[in-house]
Structure formats: structure tokens, C-alpha cells
Write a protein that binds this ligand. Structure first.
Ligand SMILES: [Zn+2]
Ligand SMILES: [Zn+2]
Length: 382
């Protein structure tokens, strides 16, 4: 297996403990540090940016978001839930490449940080538009295009106020809405990457799941769903399969204080409780089954995993934020992102610096007249 070794990894290999096998020596370090590694040309890299709930959005677990980077240089986000861009920035990625997000459905815990990605990414290196892929709804106002138009309306003041300062095109937000009823239909195809969508059963019409295929590797992402036949069929045999793993009804009563009927409805009629997650994965048989979408506390983690194990005995991870995986045809290595609490945005590129900036945000005479004469700014550089 050939790998592009980073300086950090090479240094680690040099100090590998005496007696380490060559297999162990080839492993990357358990800790992943931002901007210290190069992804191998055949590798897929996945980070759980958000694995939690709409509320409470704890410091430990943001709402749903998954980062996928491929050895060909492409980067994709699946969901951009509330709070998740904090963990995205913790990776210090090249924001010029973080320009495509695929939304599973329009609940805030899956889309609540699209605004932060849009503006934060634009400030941090993206000089081309941000593309938002997502399903239609049962009527136009409930679809992804309407959501994106609504964001543009809500943030008109924000975007207008940055004219002339930031690259023009980086402020563009482009919706790519597709039919939520499409069954395994291609919604994205470029650069050897194919992404298909299939329906999910959640809340109201207009939730979907995705499957990404590239270079013989596959990543499947389920947003929220009651167990559904499409997932069982189209996720089958994939390498890395993410599906919601929700609180069981008793756990909802215990940890969220839901009354019994409400707990049963939410856990087992709208979402996928641990028993059903196990049954799905027993059918799908992935190389790695990954569950998410509950605020994990130790005793619940145990009961959840025990319940999954009643119906599924294959490889399993119950994900927490900033778990990461390097995936090749030979191995899936689980790792952990280690990043500073007070992280700075990544450096921007020369292309970002020279991208056209036109227009000019300005003030009325009234506000202009309010500028205090006690401060004169230095002249602007060319
Ligand atoms: Zn959700
Ligand atoms: Zn939802």
C-alpha cells in the first residue's frame, strides 16, 4: 500500500517503538492535526463535524454535519447543522475547496449553519460560489431552492455590506434542488465522483439520503429517517455507512424527560432507535457502520450499543464530534482531530487576494457625517 507520507508522519515513524510491526508502522498517528498531512491519492478522509441534536447544542456535540475529503482534492459537506462550522473551522481547511454542501433535509439541526459557512467561508478563502444541493419538497416553498432564496433575503444586509471588500463571486449562494422522490438518481457527477440521492421517511416529504462513490470507495450518509427500504437497498455493501442512531424510547424518557407516548413517537415512529439501526446495518453489511444523532452520556452509550448488538454484530462506531477516519481499500483507521480552542482561520491563497471585488458599500450623508474627526485611517493599499 503506497501512501504519501507527511513530514509529521515520517517523524513519527522514525520514533516508532522498537518491535513495532511494519503494519503498525504504516498506520497514521491516532491524532490528526490540522494542515500537517497530505491525503494519499486513493484515500478518503471523513470527519464527524456534528453528531448531536437540535437541542441542546452542547459544546461537546454540534448538530449534524459530515466532512468528506478525497484523494483527488475534492471536498464535500453532508449537512451543515447548527454549531457545526465551529468544528469545520477547527480543521482549518482550504475554504476555496469547501464549496459544496449536500443537505439531507431542512430541519435546523441539519442546515442551521449554512449561513455561517456561506459568510465565514467567504471571509476565509472561498472566492467562488457556495453550492447547496438538496431535495425539493411537496411544494416549492418547502424545497431547498426556497430555503436558499430565504437565506439570501434574510442576509441581504450582510451580503450588501461586504460589497467591494470581499471577492464578488465568493458571496454567491447557488441552490441545486433535485426531486426528493428520485430513487438512487445522480445529483452530482464530476471529477470521478458520483453522488446519488434516495428518499428518506422523516417528518414530512422531502428528506433524502446520499451515496458518494469515488475510486472504488463509497460513503453513504443518512440524515434523519424512520427505517426505510431505500436505505437498505442503496447503502448495501458500501464502505462507510452513516445512519442516525437515535435514543431508544426509555432513554428519551430518562435523559430528555419526554412522557412515554411522546418518547415512543419520536424515537420509534419518526427516527431510528438502536434496535432498528442494528437491523438496518445487518442488511446493509457495510465495512463500517456509523451511528450518530443523540447527546451521548456514558450510561446511554452503553445501553445503546448493547441494544444495537442484539441485532447487528459487524463493525460499529457510535460517533462523537471530531472523530476522523482515513479510508482506503485495505483499511479504515479511526482517529481524532486535535485542534486549538481559539483557532485562527486558515491562510488564504493568491487567487483569493486577486479575485475581482467590485461595488462599494457606502453610507448615507447622514451616517457619513457621524464619522468622528479624531481618527483618520491610513491610506488603503493598492
Ligand atoms: Zn435531526
Ligand atoms: Zn430531522
Amino acid at each position: 500500500m503506497k501512501r504519501v507520507l507527511s513530514a509529521a508522519l515520517a517523524a513519527c515513524l522514525a520514533c516508532a517503538p522498537f518491535g513495532a510491526t511494519s503494519q503498525e508502522a504504516e498506520k497514521r498517528p491516532d491524532a490528526w492535526y490540522p494542515r500537517t498531512e497530505t491525503l494519499g491519492p486513493d484515500e478518503m478522509f471523513v470527519v464527524a463535524l456534528g453528531t448531536g441534536m437540535p437541542t441542546p447544542i452542547t459544546r461537546a456535540q454540534k448538530s449534524s454535519a459530515w466532512y468528506v475529503e478525497l484523494g483527488n482534492g475534492d471536498t464535500f459537506l453532508f449537512d451543515v447543522g447548527s454549531g457545526s462550522t465551529e468544528n469545520l473551522f477547527a480543521l482549518r481547511p482550504d475554504f476555496a475547496r469547501v464549496d459544496k454542501a449536500f443537505l439531507s433535509h431542512l430541519h435546523s439541526d441539519h442546515v442551521g449553519d449554512v449561513d455561517a459557512l456561506w459568510v465565514g467561508g467567504w471571509l476565509s478563502g472561498r472566492y467562488e460560489p457556495l453550492h447547496i444541493y438538496g431535495p425539493s419538497g411537496s411544494e416549492p416553498r418547502l424545497g431547498t431552492a426556497a430555503f436558499v432564496e430565504g437565506l439570501k433575503m434574510a442576509y441581504a444586509w450582510d451580503i450588501e455590506g461586504r460589497a467591494g471588500t470581499l471577492p464578488d463571486r465568493g458571496g454567491m449562494l447557488i441552490a441545486h434542488e433535485f426531486d426528493y422522490k428520485g430513487e438512487n438518481e445522480i445529483v452530482y457527477e464530476a471529477n470521478g465522483v458520483t453522488i446519488r440521492s434516495f428518499p428518506a421517511v422523516h417528518s414530512i416529504d422531502g428528506s433524502v439520503s446520499y451515496r458518494l462513490d469515488w475510486n472504488g470507495l463509497s460513503f453513504v450518509f443518512g440524515g434523519d429517517s424512520f427505517p426505510n427500504k431505500w436505505f437498505v437497498e442503496y447503502a448495501k455493501g458500501a464502505d462507510f455507512v452513516v445512519h442516525e442512531l437515535f435514543y431508544g424510547p426509555e432513554d428519551l424518557e430518562t435523559f430528555l424527560g419526554f412522557p412515554p407516548r411522546q418518547a415512543m413517537q419520536v424515537s420509534s415512529y419518526i427516527h431510528t432507535p438502536p434496535e432498528a439501526f442494528g437491523k438496518i446495518m445487518a442488511e446493509v453489511q457495510p465495512r463500517l457502520a456509523v451511528g450518530y444523532h443523540s447527546i451521548l452520556v456514558p450510561e446511554m452509550l452503553q445501553s445503546m450499543s448493547d441494544t444495537v448488538r442484539e441485532t447487528y454484530d459487524g463493525p460499529l462506531v457510535i460517533a462523537s464530534d471530531l472523530m476522523a477516519w482515513n479510508i482506503t481499500k485495505d483499511s479504515i483507521q479511526q482517529r481524532e482531530v486535535v485542534s486549538a480552542e481559539r483557532v485562527q482561520p486558515p491562510p488564504t491563497s493568491p487567487e483569493y487576494a486577486t479575485a475581482p471585488r467590485s461595488g462599494e458599500a457606502g453610507y448615507s450623508d447622514f451616517i457619513n457625517a457621524g464619522k468622528w474627526e479624531g481618527f483618520t485611517p491610513p491610506p488603503l493599499p493598492e
